[in-house]
Unconditional design. Structure first.
Lengths: 150, 82
């Protein structure tokens, strides 16, 4: 059986700096004694400007959301033979340009690193319990059901 | 989970479902064997179960899973994360 790989998952009620978290994640893996991976893939998603939207609100299901993220990360990482994986996700009200999600993967080669990173993102967008609401400049809002195109 | 009254389940709604219903959480007596699908009809929410996912005790589950006393049942509108 494959050994479980390091998986870090955090939900952030406040804004985070994804580049700082990526650096911190890599430092932590090295400090834990892992050899630096040859391939790292990462994705940072931010709140899109436009259409009068001033902020997003992200609701989640405390307990289940974390558990589903953990399950997704373990299964997708194993399928791609990843060496480590990170998921940082905002919840609550998020202003335009702020980071919503940051996913990163360590692997031996660019193929598994990139494929694993993309699949993690798609899986969490469709299967981790999060719900987006757009807030408009006039104070009105609408829930978003479904995802933006790939 | 374990927080509902004896002989009952806890029902939770999220996001648009919660706002349409006007409540997010309530205990529901479990008098006879039932499923999420049957309860949905009893709740009388103005929406079909199409596109709504069910979780029992914080795990995705089929809407025809028999419910047990103490279960936490959640109805989840279409997910939009990331």
């Amino acid at each position: 059986m494959d050994r479980p790989i390091p998986i870090e998952i955090r939900l952030h009620p406040e804004r985070f700096d994804p580049l700082e978290l990526l650096q911190h994640w890599e430092e932590g893996l090295l400090e834990a004694g892992l050899p630096r991976a040859a391939a790292t893939s990462s994705f940072i998603g931010r709140v899109r400007a436009g259409d009068g939207v001033v902020a997003l609100e992200l609701e989640h299901y405390p307990g289940m959301t974390e558990a589903e993220l953990q399950r997704i990360a373990a299964s997708v990482s194993q399928r791609h033979g990843a060496l480590a994986c990170l998921i940082e996700h905002r919840v609550g009200r998020i202003a335009v340009d702020e980071a919503i999600v940051c996913v990163a993967v360590w692997a031996d080669r660019r193929g598994p690193a990139q494929r694993c990173c993309q699949e993690l993102l798609e899986e969490l967008k469709h299967n981790a319990p999060f719900w987006k609401r757009e807030w408009n400049a006039d104070g009105s809002s609408q829930w978003i059901e479904g995802n933006t195109p790939l | 989970m374990g927080s509902s009254a004896p002989g009952s389940i806890r029902i939770r709604l999220f996001a648009s479902l919660r706002e349409q219903a006007g409540w997010g959480e309530r205990d529901w007596p479990l008098a006879e064997p039932t499923t999420a699908q049957q309860l949905w009809a009893e709740l009388g929410l103005a929406r079909s179960l199409d596109g709504v996912r069910v979780a029992i005790n914080q795990r995705f589950a089929s809407a025809d899973t028999p419910l047990e006393s103490g279960d936490e049942l959640a109805f989840l509108p279409p997910i939009s994360g990331g």
